[in-house]
Design a protein around this ligand. Structure first.
Ligand code: F6P
Length: 360
């Protein structure tokens, strides 16, 4: 009898259910009915900490391939607080997670998540639990894998937004900023920006000079282009802010009198060019809805690869994409590392060759 617990943790994204289904279907396909039990842990690590879980039936995993969100629910449980005692309930979280793992008599815990989730997965693995993880996030910032599921679906949505904004921007002759998610990484903005034909792309990895951005817009006006489209990452940072220490940077950003960096940039552009400038923030829209076909396939492949590791008893790994292959990567190798856009990546080079302003 194999007993497997499964949880989804951190911000949700498209493809979570497809991945859960991939793991479960491959396990049910491999084992006889009475040889496998799957437990769904509710709302991520919170469910493992507080003992909220349920035994799943095979039918629970049917009809969820195209469904957005996660059938198990999710929550953010910051890694830095994992070792901190929950005062309200006097709970040692790590101890509690281990106890509930034992209570379910698990052979393995399957964890679907992004950076923080992988760090806790590694912690639990070091604490002696058998863990297999899958790389999830629209940010695509997980070290060790070429791509994460959720990313491509978010690129599709953000690109669609840019496409829609294009038509209204041209009609009104306005400058438009589309602010994309991505946390500290610029993958989503870069790919959606290129796919949507943005004139300026600002990502956290390449601090921007507002004068360069303004010059680009003025040059477009001189050429008779009455509108401009900027794809700006939520984590985009000016050269001045980038030069500050971590503490000073945090303070400077907190002091900013705008809801986000895009509004500051919009204000500066309007002042300098006199051109009407608008901001569109698709926000959580980018994480919602059905996974795109690419993500359905990727999540399914990652799910079946995770099931294979469980069957083989090969624990302590995240399944990762490397070229055409899916390979196991030790959790200890990936935990705590961020995969940001290399500033000289071929994609950035291609954007520059096209004449897109990267802000520097
Ligand atoms: O990590 C995914 C992500 O959507 C980031 O792009 C974004 O910065 C963050 O989550 C938003 O978090 P929340 O859903 O907690 O507001």
């Amino acid at each position: 009898m194999k007993r497997v617990g499964i949880l989804t943790s951190g911000g949700d994204c498209q493809g979570l259910n497809a991945a859960i289904r991939g793991v479960a279907k491959a396990l049910y396909n491999h084992y006889k009915k009475n040889e496998i039990k799957i437990f769904g842990i509710i709302d991520g690590y919170r469910g493992l900490i507080y003992g909220e879980y349920k035994e799943m039936q095979e039918s629970d995993f049917s009809g969820i391939l195209t469904q957005g969100g996660t059938i198990l629910g999710t929550s953010r449980q910051p890694f830095k607080l994992m070792r901190v005692i929950d005062d309200e309930n006097s709970i040692d979280k790590v101890k509690a997670m281990k106890e509930h793992y034992q209570e379910m008599k698990l052979d393995c815990l399957v964890v679907l998540g992004g950076n923080g989730t992988q760090k806790t997965a590694n912690l639990l693995s070091q604490e002696g639990l058998n863990v297999v993880s899958l790389p999830k996030t629209i940010d695509n910032d997980l070290w060790g894998t070429d791509v994460t599921f959720g990313f491509q679906s978010a690129v599709d949505i953000a690109t669609n937004v840019i496409d829609c904004i294009h038509t209204t921007a041209t009609s009104h002759g306005r400058v438009f900023i589309i602010e994309c998610m991505g946390h500290k990484a610029g993958w989503l903005t870069l790919y959606a920006g290129i796919a949507g034909g943005a004139d300026v792309i600002l990502i956290p990895e390449i601090p921007y000079d507002i004068n360069t951005v303004i010059k680009t817009i003025k040059n477009r006006t001189k050429k008779g282009k009455n509108f401009s489209i900027l794809a700006v990452a939520e984590g985009a940072i000016s050269k001045e802010h980038a030069a500050l220490s971590k503490k000073e940077k945090k303070a400077a950003i907190a002091e900013m009198a705008y809801p986000s960096v895009s509004y500051k940039i919009a204000h500066e552009i309007e002042e300098a060019t006199g051109q009407e400038t608008r901001v569109t923030v698709p926000g959580h829209f980018q994480r919602g809805g059905s996974p795109c076909p690419y993500d359905r396939t990727l999540s399914t492949r990652l799910g079946t690869a995770a099931a294979k590791l469980i069957i083989e008893g090969n624990y302590g790994n995240m399944v990762a994409v490397r070229g055409e292959d899916i390979i196991p990567v030790p959790l200890s190798e990936i935990a705590g590392k961020l995969k940001v856009v290399p500033v000289d990546s071929p994609v950035v080079r291609s954007a520059r060759e096209l004449g897109i302003c990267m802000g520097d």
